[in-house]
Write a protein that binds this ligand. Structure first.
Ligand code: ZN
Length: 309
């Protein structure tokens, strides 16, 4: 008992008991630090200022290595993926062109390697975007379709629905998306409110490029062709699924040069531009879509994205 005399507690403890108390304190402290690290992932997004119609890349960094990371964003399920390190997870998403500006929550849920669930939440401000209104003149059949055409439009709807429902659990894109045309200028057309022949009002959910008939149209990133055929409004249309419900659409083509099911590489030729379907003249209409949300293709080309191995 000769070295347990300094205070009342020590008086009743032998050296082994001292060691046990120290081990308990150290153990509890390191557990608390580990739990704290796991509980507070760092969440960031690009662009820093998200607007209506913006694509966005979420990045989540963990101290630990989760086995799964998912989130709710804009009422949709977003599944994250990692590239080289299990500590850093990404999710490519967006805000629909017709969404309301305001505060939206990103609700994150991760499952850590030990099965523990980690939840985090961020309130993100979605800023408004200003878009103009234009009046367009197209052949009357596109504004007031007859019964036979209406039947065709219904068939098209089903075809598109099937293509949009395509599921690829992992990203097939890798690195930044590229414009589908080389040496062609885009018009300021995304998000424009349009009237056709003064009657029909729609929001233009894609980006139009000035392109002479027959200009090669290239895949914006790698993916799988989920639709490649003629539709009434779109004309010759190609849809590429880049994985996790992120798709690009190429519309009004004069010629399609890929088939449904084809795997395409970034920059691979999909077809030639044209003026098929509801078009006022030769041009390429390209759209980018995440789970039914249409985002600005020009902003997508400008968004730096990681390489996916
Ligand atoms: Zn267009």
């Amino acid at each position: 008992m000769f070295f347990c005399q300094r205070n009342r507690l020590s008086r009743f403890m032998c050296p082994i008991q001292h060691l046990l108390v120290i081990l308990l304190i150290v153990g509890a402290t390191s557990f608390a630090i580990a739990a704290d690290k796991g509980a507070a992932p760092s969440i960031s997004w690009n662009p820093r200022q998200i607007k209506v119609g913006s694509p966005c890349l979420f990045k989540v960094e963990f101290a630990g290595a989760p086995s799964r990371v998912a989130a709710k964003w804009q009422g949709r399920d977003l599944v994250f993926f990692f590239t080289t390190s299990r500590h850093v997870w990404y999710g490519l998403a967006g805000v629909d062109i017709e969404a309301k500006p305001g505060n939206y929550k990103l609700e994150l849920e991760a499952t850590m390697a030990d099965g523990r669930a980690v939840n985090a939440e961020r309130k993100i401000r979605v800023l408004p975007s200003a878009y103009k209104t234009v009046r367009l003149k197209v052949p009357d059949q596109f504004v007031e379709p007859d019964a036979e055409t209406l039947k065709r439009i219904e068939v098209d709807k089903e075809l598109k629905k099937k293509a949009f429902a395509h599921q690829i659990p992992e990203p097939q894109w890798s690195g930044t998306f590229r414009p589908p045309l080389t040496n062609a200028s885009a018009t300021e057309s995304f998000g424009v409110r349009r009237t056709f022949n003064g009657k029909l009002a729609t929001v233009h959910r894609g980006l139009d490029y000035h392109a002479k008939e027959g200009t090669p149209v290239l895949a914006a990133n790698s993916g799988t062709v989920v639709l490649a055929q003629a539709l009434f409004y779109e004309g010759n249309c190609v849809i590429v699924d880049h994985g996790q419900q992120f798709m690009t659409l190429y519309i009004h083509l004069s010629q399609i040069q890929v088939a449904e099911g084809d795997k395409v590489a970034e920059g691979q030729q999909l077809g030639l531009s044209g003026a098929t379907g509801r078009a006022t003249g030769p041009h390429l209409h390209v759209a980018a879509r995440w789970q039914g949300a249409y985002v600005d293709p020009a902003q997508l080309w400008a968004l730096p994205l990681p390489r996916v191995p």
